[in-house]
Each structure stands twice: as C-alpha cells, then as structure tokens.
Ligand binder design. Structure first.
Ligand code: ADP
Length: 473
C-alpha cells in the first residue's frame, strides 16, 4: 500500500508540537510494516532544510484567486528519515522561518494544499490513500472530489487525523475564490457557521476521521470549539487511534542529549546523575523531588495555573520540592513564570523558549512531570516521561486519560486528577511529595513505567486496517 501524508510539520524537519512527532514517526513504522509511506510538507526555512540535499521532483503552477503561483516539489536525497520527505516551495509564500503565525497563513496553507493536489494529479499512478493532518490540510479531501481540475483523484481514499480541533483554519467566504473552481452546489461542504471551515470540511469530506486518542474522540462530540454537532453526525466514520512514540529517538539507553544513558536496570543511578547535572545547571536542590513542565504555555495546557500552583505548593508544604519549567507561548504566563525565578531561586527555575536537547535532559533527570491540560488530544510528553522513568501527574482528559492510571488504582503508576484547577494541581503535588519519600514504592513505580510499551507498532497497524477498510468499500 502507498500512503501520502500531508502535514504542516514533520520532525526533525520542522516541529512546533506533537503533530511533528507523529508525522515524523508514523510513516517510519508504516514502512516497517511493508508499506510505502511518503510525507509532504510546506518548505520552511529550517536547519534540516539547509543541512540536507534535495532533488527537484516536479514543477507546476496554479491560479489562486487572481494570482498565478509557481511551485516546486523537492525531495530529500538520502532517505534520511527512512521515508520519502517532500517539500513544497512556493516563492514568496512558503519559504519562511516559522511554521505558523503569519498574517497570510490562509493564503500560505491554501496555496500549499492546491500545490499538493496539483502535484498528485500529475503522478503516473494513484496512491492508495491520502492521509491529511489537521486543518492546514483540511481542504484537500474536498478539492480531490469537487474541484473540476482534480476530480480524477476522486476515487483515492482520504483520511483525516485530528491532532487538535481547537484550531480550524477559518477563512472568510470572501476568499472562496482561492479554492480552484468547484461544483458550486457543493459549497455547503466548505461551510460552518458562515465561514469556510477547513477542519469541518475535512470531517465532512474525508472517508475516515481519526483523533489521536479514543477519549478525545468522545470528548469532541461534547466540546469541539463549535463542531460538536458535526462530530456527533460523523461519528460512524470516526475513531480514536492512540499515538505512539518514536522509541529510537526517545530512548534513555542511547539518547545522545543526556549526560548519562540508563536502562531499567540502572535507572536509579542514571537518573540520579542526570538530575544532579540538571539541578546544578538550574541552581536547584537535587535532594528534593524535581517537578518539571515542558510545553506550550497556553490555556489549553492550563499553563496559566502553574505559577499559582507552584507558589501555593511551596507555601503549603514548605521548600520540599523543586520546579523546572520549559516552554513558550502566552506572554503573560511567560512573564509570570520568569518573575518567580528570583523570589524562588534555589527551588524553582524557568527557561522560556524551545529547546529540544534540554527537554530530553529534563525527562531524564526529573522525578515528576506536570501536565494539567484543559484539553489534551493525545499528549506525548507523558509517554516520553514514562520511558525515562519520570512519573506523570496529569489531568484526566483526552489521551492523558488513556495512557496514565493513578497509582492508587489497580496496576496504576501515575497521578491523575479531575479538574484543571490550582487546588487539584497542588493536591497532586502534595501526593507526589509523599510518594517521593517512599523510596521503595518509587523504585517499583519507576521500573513499572519504564516497561510500558507505548511504541507505534500497534497503532501503525490500526491505520493500515483503516486504509484497507476504505479500499474494500
Ligand atoms: P502539543 O502538540 O499540543 O504541543 P504534545 O504533548 O502532543 O503537545 O507534543 C509536544 C511536543 O513538543 C513534545 O515532543 C514536547 O517535548 C515538545 N515541546 C513542547 N514545548 C517544548 C519546548 N519549549 N522545548 C522543547 N520541546 C518542547
């Protein structure tokens, strides 16, 4: 089977969040299962782009509104990622430093999608499935069925995976002429609440819809930033498939980013050394339990609750723990977290920004990972933490609910709480501090979590079953 993944991000080429990790890993596992998986992304000006060599695969052009655009498809030469990686370059639109957050993102991602479909229409053969990811690629299933120029692609099965339904790519009907000429009576497929909604459009048009965890699928039927009704209507073709993690990149035994590699057998010693180094670098006390947070500092992650939860914990329990925060996002939260650096020096530190290497060192050196998310479609951090022997403290939502069991329950190993509130977070920190004092239990839990298999094998096979179910239609 030949699968083409279309995405805005792909690790290690360009990463903003978990989407990149998934699109950089799932195809690798699909290849291992004997299939051909390819990935196409917009050309971003990243280190990976400049450090690797590329072949020109195809050149073409299209109209978007009144403007003509030329595009070039380039392919990474050496199969470095174990699958074919293609980039779409559109002069003036796509060769930018960042993946998102430009004023012309609507034009950029619409043009990217048209270029992908146009390129696909020039292939001598058809892929067996086109797998699109999130709203940046949500117009593709529609274009393949309804745009006059691309209708010969209509029989190719399409799958949408939703990594985050909060963002939907809304665009004004004033820009409807960006989309190549389509059957006007099909306009309702683009529409949701008086705007063109690419995510809603993909939910309607794709043959199958998946979310990145089963619990998130259920939650979307109740709360989906305006699309709840649509998810209920399309429930029959939708399912949740839990993400896996790349166990080669995220392996404490071989990770080149961390000071001391360790396995389950010598985790106590290995984690101790990594913690010592981390605490030294950030002026923390390595004898106390170390709580970390890694991620976007946004409302979805409940990062706004962290400053209060941290200061409350310290005032209630005394200086019995350390905190280290890595992330970026909401300026107000960034400033608040930075402000605490001085007043709580010695027990708290924060680093604003994105730092892949430091994130690995933190997973390796910490005792507990905080994830109080209000919304968490799957969440990868908790799975990385488990692999590195760090106990996750999570809010019971989405993929966190599907991957972490509270240590108070049968076969449990983590800490779970119900509400995204300062009180629930501080109470969980309290439980963790007490757990930390029970060395025997900590050792037992560490061994248990490092043995958990969250690799992609099972989930990659589930996607293949899904593609097959459409071919048999
Ligand atoms: P989301 O995609 O919603 O941001 P996920 O948990 O699915 O959340 O994935 C987040 C990924 O991004 C993880 O690989 C995490 O380690 C990484 N990450 C997030 N913020 C940072 C940061 N500031 N520095 C390094 N890695 C980060």
């Amino acid at each position: 089977m030949e699968i083409l993944h279309v995405s805005a991000e792909c690790y290690p080429y360009a990463k903003v969040g978990g989407l990149a990790d998934v699109v950089g890993t799932l195809p690798k596992y699909q290849q291992q299962l004997g299939h051909i998986a390819k990935v196409v992304v917009p050309m971003h000006r990243t280190k990976f782009l400049y450090e690797n060599e590329w072949n020109v695969e195809h050149k073409g052009g299209f109209m978007m509104g009144d403007a003509h655009f030329e595009y070039t498809i380039i392919k990474e030469k050496t199969n470095k990622l174990d699958f074919d990686l293609y980039c779409v370059d559109i002069y003036g639109l796509l060769d930018r430093e960042n993946v998102y957050s430009y004023d012309d993102d609507t034009e950029r991602f619409t043009a990217f999608q048209i270029a992908v479909v146009d390129w696909l229409s020039h292939w001598e053969h058809r892929p067996d499935a086109v797998h699109v990811h999130d709203h940046h690629t949500g117009l593709i299933p529609f274009m393949m069925r309804n745009c006059y120029d691309y209708r010969h692609l209509a029989a190719v099965p399409t799958i949408l995976t939703i990594h985050n339904a909060q963002y939907q790519g809304w665009m004004s009907w004033d820009n409807s002429n960006y989309i190549p000429a389509w059957d006007s009576w099909q306009g309702g497929l683009l529409e949701w609440n008086n705007t063109i909604n690419p995510l809603a459009c993909a939910v309607k048009c794709a043959d199958r819809v998946t979310t990145v965890s089963p619990s998130y699928m259920e939650e979307l039927t109740q709360k989906a930033n305006g699309l709840e009704g649509l998810f209920r209507m399309e429930r029959a073709k939708s399912s949740g498939i839990l993400n896996g993690i790349d166990t080669v990149v995220w392996n404490p035994e071989t990770d080149t980013y961390i000071l001391d590699n360790f396995s389950i057998k010598d985790a106590a010693h290995g984690k101790k050394l990594n913690k010592k180094k981390l605490c030294k670098d950030f002026k923390l006390d390595d004898k106390l339990p170390l709580f970390i947070y890694i991620g976007r500092l946004v409302g979805e992650k409940a990062a706004d609750l962290l400053p209060q939860a941290i200061t409350d914990s310290i005032s209630q329990l005394g200086k019995r723990m350390n905190f280290l925060i890595l992330g970026s996002g909401d300026k107000r939260v960034e400033d608040h977290l930075t402000y605490l650096n001085e007043g709580y020096a010695g027990f708290y530190n924060s680093k604003i920004g994105y730092n892949e290497k430091l994130s690995h060192q933190m997973y390796a050196g910490a005792d507990f990972l905080l994830m109080p998310s209000r919304v968490e479609p799957c969440g990868l951090n908790q799975m990385y933490a488990l692999r590195y022997g760090t106990i996750p403290i999570v809010r019971s939502t989405g993929g966190l609910k599907d991957t972490v069991i509270d240590f108070g329950e049968q076969d449990g190993f983590g800490i779970r709480f119900n509400h995204a509130s300062v009180w629930d977070i501080t109470y969980s920190i309290h439980r963790a501090v007490e757990l930390y004092d029970d060395k025997e239990k900590m050792t037992e839990l560490r061994t248990q979590i490092m043995e958990i298999d969250n690799s992609w094998e099972k989930s990659a096979a589930k996607y293949i079953d899904l593609y097959n179910s459409i071919q048999l239609k």
